[in-house]
Design a protein around this ligand. Structure first.
Ligand code: GLA
Length: 390
């Protein structure tokens, strides 16, 4: 790492996440149910005495980057990995002027563009490194919101799920995240359940090809909400949560069907029905009802595929194969358009599911040798932390 060093070396770790259910509804203010992964982004850093920040990535695909700490760090070209670090530095610099920079080495065992939030993990890790290096703290809920807003620097109008779970996850648990106000409520994942994550081999880069399609969904869901609100003589700025509380879901869906374009009515149906599945899934998890949770995963996937149109044929195939191999349910996870699926099964069934995916999905695509990288068991893990100085 480069000079001038002016403090001991520290390490921060921020996990990726897998969203179990509640997809594409966080930006509508509806609750979601993700958990953090054992895989993470790690940053080894030391504080500098000036405002320079220098980043080196252990992965040679990502070139070193340097910039001065500022409230609006100029962005690197679109798609550059360092933009997530620049987003974090800008966000914390807006909160605390006069921060010193860091020299940082970034490493990750999280698959990239796989729907597992490697980008938000980098944002969170970088923000924690900056805060720690400068001896300042931000209360966890405030930091989650600050970084959710801050990540929009890369041009994606994301919701707040990723930053919240990456910072606030508890080991062994999934967490329901509610918005406005933000809160996290953990539920223990039953010991005999296993969530398997499998990559479709189709990259879905949030700040790249998937960005436009993602932003279109956020606009569509908002427009649908406003149109339904008008039909119900409700204020145009009513939230989805208040809309769902104002009328039975069936009535809302009928109204959308009768008054909205086909596309907007489908977008609306996804948001509203997915919103109902989250508390049901949370209850199924608390009760250890694997079959019920699995049915909700399947319903979520169908809704994302048919109504929200964010799936991909390779994701659909993976879901189908996981189900045929005995998973209780499976769905795409994350923003979609590629990325990964998550499948649920009992612990003892997991090897069969993994073997079936290897033989029927990865082998025909010439990727069987790498199955250990493409498929893994998601261990519900703790949120981001600064580790003891090394
Ligand atoms: C991305 C966004 C999240 C969320 C998911 C889809 O991961 O960053 O805020 O909208 O997509 O559920």
């Amino acid at each position: 790492m480069s000079s001038p060093p002016s403090g001991p070396v520290h390490v921060v770790r921020a996990p990726g996440r897998v969203n179990l259910i509640g997809e594409h509804i966080d930006y509508c203010g509806l609750s979601v149910l993700p958990m953090a992964l054992g895989r993470s982004v790690r940053i080894t850093f030391h504080p500098r005495s000036d405002r320079e920040t220098r980043l080196v990535n252990r992965d040679p695909r990502f070139a070193p980057s340097a910039f001065a700490v500022n409230e609006t760090v100029p962005p690197a070209p679109a798609g550059d990995w360092s933009n997530y670090a620049r987003a974090a530095v800008s966000a914390v610099a807006q909160r605390f002027p006069d921060l010193r920079g860091v020299d940082a080495l970034v490493e990750s065992d999280l698959p990239i563009a796989a729907g597992l939030s490697s980008s938000s993990a980098l944002v969170v890790a970088m923000a924690l490194a900056m805060l720690h290096a400068n001896g300042v703290t931000v209360a966890p809920l405030e930091l989650m919101e600050l970084l959710a807003r801050g990540e929009r620097y890369v041009g994606t109008a994301g919701g707040g799920m990723d930053q919240a779970i990456i910072l606030g996850a508890q080991a062994g648990c999934a967490s329901r995240i509610d918005f406005h106000p933000l809160r996290l409520t953990p539920t223990a994942v039953p010991a005999d359940w296993q969530f398997i994550v499998a990559w479709s081999l189709v990259p879905a880069e949030k700040s790249g090809s998937a960005r436009q399609a993602y932003n279109e969904r956020t606009r569509g869901s908002d427009e649908a909400r406003r149109l339904v609100a008008t039909r119900l003589s409700q204020p145009k700025d009513i939230t989805y949560a208040a809309l769902v509380a104002a009328a039975p879901v069936e009535d809302l869906l009928e109204l959308a069907e009768a008054n909205l374009s086909g596309v907007l009515a489908r977008r609306f149906r996804h948001v509203v029905t997915e919103g109902t599945r989250v508390p049901q899934a949370e209850a199924a998890m608390a009760a250890g009802d694997l079959a019920a949770f699995g049915r909700l995963l399947d319903a979520s996937h169908h809704s994302l595929r048919d109504d929200y149109e964010v799936s991909h044929p390779e994701l659909d195939r993976l879901v189908e194969l996981a189900r045929e191999a005995g998973a209780a349910g499976a769905r795409l996870t994350g923003a979609g358009f590629g990325g990964s699926i998550v499948a649920l099964c009992r612990v003892e069934r997991a090897p069969e599911v993994v073997a079936a995916l290897r033989e029927r999905f990865y082998a025909p695509r010439g990727a069987a040798a790498d199955v250990g990288r493409h498929v893994f068991v998601a261990e519900p893990s703790a949120g981001a932390e600064v580790l003891t100085p090394g």
